[in-house]
Unconditional design. Sequence first.
Lengths: 202, 115
Amino acid sequence: MSQVATVVEPAESPLTPDSWGKLGMWIFLAGDAMSFGALLAGYGALRAGSVDWPVPQEVLGIQLTAFMTFLLICSSLTMVKALAAIQQGVTKGLTRFLGLTILGGLTFLGLQAYEWTHLISEGLTLAHNPFGSYLFGTTFFLITGFHGAHVTGGVIYLTVVVLRGLKGHYSAENSNGVELVGLYWHFVDLVWILVFTFVYLI
Amino acid sequence: MVSNHQTPNYNMVFVALTILTALEIGVVFVPLSKVIVGIALILLALVKASLVALYFMHLKYEKLALGIVALSPLLICALLIVGLLPDLAGTKHQTKAETAVHLESADHAVSGITE
């Protein structure tokens, strides 16, 4: 008369058969995309309603940010190379390429700090803008700051994965953790592509 | 349709992204109407974002349903923009000069009261 509680768990994730973690990461990223979407939509509404919105390129300059964009694209490339390396079982390639990815992220953050410092010294802050509508400063710092926080989080995340990689945690059969950090990192790159267009170029 | 780990040519994707970025910088300085330049820039950005999602994030090799999950924010953002449209109709924020005039008259009013 033994009653065995049988809780049947689905063996594989419905949308991502190879990993539940991947489904979780994608759902998180979809939610995160909505945060960025809300910020960009709000930005568009404020800008469309403003009569003295400055021309972004004239205030912000685009040479530096174009280079920052290129930097993130490079770091996305090293990220996929890191995943490709561990999928072939090459741990050394994994840690080396992840290290380069982290370097790209840190350089991006350094350049952003430089850019912010420069703009603040010119009088552009959250609440002040000598070149026109103060909302330009508000939205600029809010959106690039929110993205910069994501880059910072990504650098920390990547560092954890590198440390685990150095301990031999990943292998050709067990590369899911690397794929997940990759998804996050590419998403941060993808968002920057949009931020670069809407905040700097248009 | 199990995701088979074909590896796309990452280097080619990287080159495409770099070229598209260079194109974007070029488009900014094309002497056409702001609307046309803006539309071109948004299209270029969408192509770049798609390249990152499809190849770097392997969305091309995943199930269609995951792609729908990934695209759902776009739909919701589109709804948000529709919701914001009424706010844009007819409302213009004050310019700095107008704000200054308002502040000045407010100052007068205040000093009138205190005197």
